[in-house]
Write a protein that binds this ligand. Structure first.
Ligand SMILES: NC(=O)c1ccc[n+]([C@@H]2O[C@H](COP(=O)([O-])OP(=O)(O)OC[C@H]3O[C@@H](n4cnc5c(N)ncnc54)[C@H](O)[C@@H]3O)[C@@H](O)[C@H]2O)c1
Ligand SMILES: [Zn+2]
Length: 588
């Protein structure tokens, strides 16, 4: 079942004897949330047991008190609310509760309920159901009363059959329901979550630095993205806030693990998680089915359960691979992204696209599987190799160009501080980029309605270059930078974009150290050798572009610019113009 609303509380309903109160208390303890039992509240307020209210004041009065208590309870946040078994019958209560929480119903057979209520030492003696069950044949009465309430219980978001389960087992199920249906960011920053594309954004947004930068809100999932400097220390705490518990398996590559592995393990242990680690070799070749199989073997060996957690610690390669394992092991387990490269912080780590490569093509095997949270510690970028960092800036500039003039200008004004990784400005640039990607993804989680297409600015030519050079010559961001120059020139040729804007784009790319053309003197960047742009050949590039998966039918969907911060999609671009632009890019 899909729940599209924001979940701020958990409401536990069900017939008396289903264990609502004890289970709710246990759930609250595990989530570190508040707890409230509406029956207890009423007893406290009137100073007498529920049975006495029924006897002395009548059921009508009791329902009135109950309604008022529920109204107050709904003003709370992060509270597990156990409600009386008959409360949900009143549509006013139901509406309010449904608006303010995820409703979980605890089910049990009448015999189980009878046993729980009437056996010796049974708890719950004062609930409202006791007076209603005061008959010669309580079991029969339970059957009737329960049957009459069943249609109302059926309106719950989730039902758990509790017969034969312990309190703690039921509590775990409630938390699982909450994770599946209503994972909510505990402290949402609404000013960052609802930014209509292309609209001017407030400066508050650019200041969103130290805590959650934004929230991804897709049809099925809601989760926070934290961006900050030195944030790694808070990983365990944030994971607990996201209701995660159990053992975390950290998946990382050798480079990143040697720098941050032991710290992350310690932070997890300090927060009460079990911690295992699996380290893979660095490099794109590792993003394969065979690596995934090795990780599955490890998870099986350590008896990893469905409620345990995968933590992806690394760049986009690790994120894609670990996410793919999380999506598939035990049909999906919770996972956390801890991106450590700029590409991963602003792009790969956001959006839930996970996968591995096939020898015949990159990312051919994969899924959409959103993490439970993303935590980017910008401080980790201080150890990222320079060229990787530079490559990441291409995607940041891209966000400015397609959707966010303010971000573009912010980059123009702060290049030198940003390249020196000045903590505050760096955090702002990354938080803003992450928020833009999150917003686009939230609108088009599975690339169905074309909203994500806009993210392909510079990528049509960029992918063509990568493919034509067998992914050996350019890092992705370098190819995208050249591709963006192509797309800007194409926009200019078609009379969409003034030349000043093209020049501004070029200047910013150059200042951040990115290539802007394929001229002959271009260094073969990966091998450190000189290579020739001409050698690459227009034919090879165009063929690769036309084979690219972004091509639907025959027409290429070009993402072009009308202005800085304003992208348009065109599928009627004449081939002659494309070739002319590519020729310009390779001109000496
Ligand atoms: N899922 C998506 O939406 C998406 C989007 C873009 C890219 N990707 C994928 O992401 C991958 C590229 O990501 P990437 O550029 O991060 O590559 P990467 O993960 O290979 O990392 C690049 C290099 O930097 C090292 N590294 C990472 N963080 C470091 C740190 N803090 N200190 C020192 N070294 C560090 C890594 O060990 C690696 O050698 C590709 O596989 C690509 O397909 C996925
Ligand atoms: Zn990209």
């Amino acid at each position: 079942m899909k729940v599209n609303r924001r979940i701020i509380n958990l409401v536990v309903t069900g017939f008396s004897g289903a264990g609502k109160s004890l289970v709710s208390k246990e759930v609250a303890r595990r989530l570190d949330w508040g707890f409230l039992d509406t029956d207890d509240e009423i007893v406290e307020q009137v100073g007498k047991p529920i049975a006495a209210v029924f006897r002395e004041d009548g059921e009508g009065r009791f329902r009135e008190l109950e309604r008022e208590t529920i109204r107050k309870a709904c003003q709370r946040r992060q509270t597990v609310i156990a409600i009386g078994g008959g409360a949900i019958v009143d549509p006013r209560n139901y509406e309010l509760l449904a608006k303010n929480g995820l409703i979980v119903c605890l089910e049990a057979k009448p015999e189980t309920i009878y046993e729980r209520l009437f056996s010796e030492g049974a708890c719950d003696p004062e609930t409202e159901v006791r007076p209603l069950l005061a008959t010669d044949n309580p079991l029969e009465r339970i059957r009737q009363l329960k049957a009459s309430r069943q249609p109302y219980y059926a309106k719950a978001d989730w039902t758990i059959h509790t017969d034969g389960l312990s309190i703690s087992e039921v509590a775990k199920e409630v938390i699982r329901a909450w994770r599946l249906l209503g994972r909510a960011h505990p402290h949402p920053h609404p000013h960052l979550t609802h930014l209509p594309p292309g609209e001017r954004k407030s400066s508050r947004e650019l200041n969103a630095g130290d805590d959650a930068a934004c929230v991804v809100e897709t049809e099925t999932e809601t989760y926070p993205i934290y961006v900050g400097y030195g944030l790694l220390d808070k990983l365990g705490e944030k994971m607990k806030q996201a209701a995660l518990s159990g053992t975390a398996t950290v998946i990382s590559d050798g480079n990143v693990f040697s720098l941050y592995g032991s710290k992350v393990e310690q932070v997890l242990k300090d927060a009460g998680f079990g911690a295992n680690s699996f380290v893979v070799p660095p490099g794109e070749e590792t993003k394969s089915v065979s690596s995934a199989v090795k990780i599955y073997d490890f998870l099986v060996k350590y008896r990893t359960e469905r409620d345990d957690i995968i933590v992806a610690l690394g760049g986009g390669m690790v994120g894609d691979l670990a996410g793919f394992v999380a999506a598939t092991f035990l049909r999906g387990m919770p996972w956390v992204q801890v991106p450590t490269s700029l590409v991963a912080m602003v792009d790969a780590g956001i959006g839930g696209k996970v996968g591995v490569n096939h020898p015949e093509g990159k990312n051919l095997i994969g899924a959409f599987y959103q993490p439970n949270l993303v935590l980017s510690d910008c401080e980790t970028l201080t150890t990222l190799p320079e060229r990787e960092l530079t490559s990441g800036w291409a995607e940041v500039i891209k966000y400015g160009l397609i959707l966010d003039k303010e971000l573009f200008e912010f980059l123009e004004n702060n290049v030198s501080k940003l390249t020196k990784l000045e903590p505050h400005l760096l955090t702002r640039a990354i938080a803003r980029s992450a928020a833009i990607k999150a917003r686009v993804v939230s609108q088009d989680e599975k690339e169905r309605i074309g909203k994500r297409t806009i993210l392909n600015y510079g990528h049509t030519i960029g992918h063509g270059l990568e493919t034509a050079t067998q992914y050996r010559r350019f890092l992705h961001g370098e190819a995208v930078a050249i591709g963006m120059m192509g797309a800007a020139r194409l926009s200019q040729r078609l009379g969409l974009l003034p030349s000043e804007a093209v020049e501004r784009q070029q200047a910013l790319l150059e200042r951040l150290g990115l290539p802007i053309s394929l001229r002959a003197e271009t260094v073969d960047r990966r091998r450190g050798k000189k290579g020739s742009g001409r050698e690459l050949g227009l034919v090879a590039i165009t063929r690769a572009m036309e084979l690219d998966k972004k091509v639907k039918g025959k027409a290429i969907h070009w993402v072009l610019l009308e202005d800085i911060g304003k992208a348009v999609i065109r599928s009627d671009v004449p081939r002659g113009d494309v070739l002319a632009v590519l020729r310009e890019l390779t001109k000496r």
